[in-house]
Design a protein around this ligand. Structure first.
Ligand SMILES: NC(=O)c1ccc[n+]([C@@H]2O[C@H](COP(=O)([O-])OP(=O)(O)OC[C@H]3O[C@@H](n4cnc5c(N)ncnc54)[C@H](O)[C@@H]3O)[C@@H](O)[C@H]2O)c1
Ligand SMILES: [Zn+2]
Length: 357
């Protein structure tokens, strides 16, 4: 097992990464001083796969448990669902000291995190991420949120967990497409800050895809460490965290133009490649670095060509997103693998020409 310490100004905490950790959750919570009641929030799929293992581990340590299963899917990140959950917590007499355990992917992490941040002005949160995306990215950083109308992820808070438990063995039940999707943000962490890690991913991509536990443990911990390093320096997203948006300016446009048929990680992979090509077109990123990125993305099972690319609609989407202002766009561009910078100066015509090839 690997242990990472996330050092924040007021609420530092540990991330535990390894296989079989779910079964030890009871002891871990006792060590943090919890006893008595707790609440598990999960979705139906994750609940049926891992709910019992987690519950057993907690019952062995005499916890009194309320399990709440919500249907799966992004639609559950809503104030309506949150309202129902507050009722269930109240009926259980959950108190300010009652921990909420978020067992699931990024949707559950965001929703249960939002509940923990707001119920009684904040109760302890334990993150137990079960997707590669959640273990390597979304469970770190303290952003918790629900969606509301057009406001995606914008009703929320910064709220750090007391502990994060990433049990690598839970990744075994994800589909290959879900693993690939989660790999996009992991690759992103290599491109923005760590060329050695990028090299490790290149060498081990087959083992990652066959879910080799030792390799996965390293990949998740390194990805988490890179993100935690950025978050430690910019907890409230006032500057440095912007580099985490690499691949996301073009990526979000692809996601919305595809009407969500292209998943988030897939869109980010396409966005990273597009933004690398822009940097190359500007004479900054070398040809062979673009090729390395393209190869790794392809080997990770992610797309490298924007399906039925409609440049017009992508540009429209970026304009709608207020990403293009007066013909200029803010982009995170790679100088080389492991090193990026933020450019406010890229013009719409450069984007059009480099995306058109
Ligand atoms: N807070 C942040 O900083 C942050 C960052 C990135 C993304 N997000 C959010 O994360 C969400 C996406 O997360 P996600 O991709 O994990 O989606 P998800 O939570 O919807 O999980 C994807 C699917 O996998 C299933 N699943 C989860 N774990 C499983 C397992 N071990 N075995 C089998 N099936 C499993 C779920 O039931 C679900 O159907 C989005 O809502 C996004 O906004 C948040
Ligand atoms: Zn993302």
């Amino acid at each position: 097992m690997k242990k990472l310490r996330v050092k924040l100004v007021t609420n530092s905490y540990d991330i535990h990464i390894g296989s079989g950790l779910l079964a030890q959750t009871g002891q871990r919570l006792k060590e943090l001083g919890f006893s008595d009641k707790l609440v598990i929030i999960t979705d139906t799929t994750v609940g049926s796969l891992y709910g019992n293992t987690l519950k057993q581990a907690l019952l062995n340590n005499s916890f009194d448990i309320l399990t709440i299963e919500v249907p799966e899917g992004e639609e559950q990140k809503s104030l309506e669902t949150a309202g129902r959950l507050y009722h269930q917590l109240t009926d259980f007499y959950a108190e300010r000291t009652t921990p909420v355990l978020a067992l699931g992917g990024g949707v559950i992490g965001d929703l249960a995190g939002f509940i923990a941040a707001t119920y009684m002005r904040g109760v302890p949160l334990i993150q137990i991420p079960t997707t590669l995306l959640a273990q390597g990215d979304s469970s770190i950083g303290g952003k918790v949120a629900v969606n509301h109308g057009l406001l995606k992820n914008k009703i929320g808070a910064f709220y750090q967990p007391r502990l994060t438990i990433s049990d690598i063995s839970t990744l075994k039940t994800l589909s290959p497409r879900e693993i690939s999707d989660g790999l996009a943000e992991v690759i992103k962490h290599g491109v923005i800050l760590d060329s050695e890690f990028f090299g490790y991913l290149e060498e081990n991509i087959d083992k990652i895809k066959s879910l080799d536990e030792q390799v996965l443990e390293r990949v998740v911990s390194h990805s988490a460490e890179i993100k935690a390093g950025v978050v430690e320096k910019d907890e409230l997203d006032l500057g440095l965290r912007n580099i985490l948006n690499y691949g996301h300016t073009v990526g979000h446009a692809i996601e919305s133009v595809s009407e969500l048929k292209v998943w988030h990680g897939e869109a980010v992979a396409l966005g990273m490649l597009a933004e690398a090509r822009i940097s190359n077109w500007l004479g900054i990123l070398e040809d062979n670095e673009v090729i390395r990125l393209e190869n790794l993305i392809a080997k990770a099972g992610l797309p490298t060509e924007i399906p039925g690319l409609q440049l017009e609609r992508l540009i429209q989407a970026m304009k709608h997103d207020k990403k293009i202002l007066q013909g200029k766009i803010r982009l995170v561009l790679p100088r080389s693998i492991g090193n990026v910078f933020i450019s406010d100066e890229t013009s719409q015509s450069v984007i059009e020409e480099s995306l058109a090839g």
